[in-house]
Write a protein that binds this ligand. Structure first.
Ligand code: TPP
Length: 381
């Protein structure tokens, strides 16, 4: 059964549409900038950089330049196109909540909203300025006081002044502590890989082989967000759409168009939804694609949401977990596609090595409960 509610705001409750002064300034980037209202950045601003189309990366570079100059922490989602910055907070999903009360202004660029911590931040700060690369999607929680075109970022922020001297350092210290905790948690829970381990291995393989990573909804892209690092490979995702259908075909399209090896990181239910994408006419060229399936026999994302609470456990598996008990290797082989199973990290690493055409790697026996416990432990620490 699949119930579809109107999808206007991803992962959010209906916004209160009575936000204070919302001023939309559409128009081309090269238009003269006229500030629609005085912007109070305060002494502790934060940049958020979400998903950006390629032609808007200039705005991201402008934001990074300002951030470096004024020492502003930058929270980047994996599809922002870069994390290679001395001001990027790698594990912002783990540290942002500690700064909610202190932050004075959120300056967001592009479509964002992978983690609820960003929503809490935008709701909490006195000022949120959104720079739109995709029109209204730039303000997913209806928290922006002002929305401007991405191309006007440099002009609109020209008056920003120095931040509180220790502001960036505090974020960096928290980020380093989170990095160490994540590292030891990954080691401690390594016996049976979780989605976070798999994301880390896929990112490492992509970096080693100069490949792309296409990360599926819903948990996979969030696992990437947790471990994505400086100098990581390019990450692509259907952000804001969040459908779990058609992702194998999309990844095949990405690999074909980019003419570059691509790793698709995907959950088992999304794999099943899109498995028809393994079918292609015998004479068609195959893209260079490794499909890595985090097979935890059902939907893991819901365990982390409200419906995962103990009081709903009698119904959870039937309605949200939806275990299927299927042999995904056999399914892939039925389409004539090379498929292997990996039971541990060593086997996974081997299976991620370069190959021709399409290969499905099923990481077998992943445990949804264990993944949830590990994420909960990380959030607590
Ligand atoms: C077409 C479509 N149907 C249903 C959903 C709702 N949905 C979101 S995530 C999810 C389960 C995904 O499970 P899996 O692919 O195993 O990945 P994970 O839970 O690890 O993210 C479902 C059914 C959706 N996003 N898109």
């Amino acid at each position: 059964m699949h119930l579809t509610e109107p999808l206007l705001v991803p992962n959010a409750q209906w916004p209160q549409l009575n936000a204070p002064t919302v001023v939309d300034v559409p128009g081309p980037a090269d238009e003269a900038f006229i500030a629609p209202m005085p912007i109070n950045f305060g002494e502790r601003p934060v940049f958020i950089i979400g998903d950006l189309p390629q032609h808007e990366t200039a705005a991201a570079h402008a934001a990074l330049t300002i951030a470096r100059e004024l020492r502003v922490p930058v929270l980047m989602e994996p599809t922002a196109g870069t994390r290679d910055s001395s001001v990027a907070i790698r594990h912002h999903a783990l540290v942002t909540d500690a700064f909610l009360k202190e932050a004075t202004c959120a300056i967001s660029l592009g479509r964002f909203g992978l983690g609820r911590h960003l929503r809490r931040l935008c709701e909490q700060v006195p000022t949120h300025i959104a720079f739109a690369a995709y029109g209204s999607w730039a303000d997913p929680y209806a928290t922006a006081d002002v929305t401007l075109p991405a191309g006007q970022l440099a002009a609109a922020l020209a008056d920003m002044s120095a931040t509180e001297p220790s502001w960036l350092q505090k974020w960096r210290d928290a980020d380093d502590a989170a990095h160490n905790k994540l590292d030891s948690a990954l080691r401690e829970w390594a016996e049976q890989p979780t989605g976070i381990h798999i994301a880390q291995e896929v990112l490492a393989a992509a970096r080693a082989h100069d490949a792309l990573v296409f990360a599926a909804a819903s948990r996979s892209i969030r696992d990437v967000d947790l471990v994505a690092n400086h100098n990581g490979p390019k990450v692509i995702a259907n952000l804001g759409v969040n459908g779990i259908d058609g992702l194998l075909s999309t990844a095949a399209g990405v690999a074909t168009y980019a003419d570059q090896h691509t790793y698709l990181l995907i959950g088992d239910i999304a794999f099943l939804h899109g498995s028809n994408g393994l079918l292609s006419p015998a004479d068609e060229p195959r893209p260079s694609l490794t499909i890595v399936v985090n097979d935890d026999n059902g939907g893991a994302i819901f365990s982390d949401l409200e419906q995962g609470a103990a009081q709903y456990s009698p119904w959870f598996e039937r309605v949200f977990g939806t275990p299927h008990d299927l042999d995904l290797v056999a399914l892939a082989r039925g389409y004539g596609v090379d498929a292997v199973e990996a039971f541990d990290l060593t086997q996974l690493r081997d299976a991620l090595s370069p190959h021709k055409g399409i290969r499905v790697v099923v990481v077998a026996g992943c445990d949804r409960e264990k993944s949830r416990d590990m994420r909960a432990a990380l959030r607590r620490s």
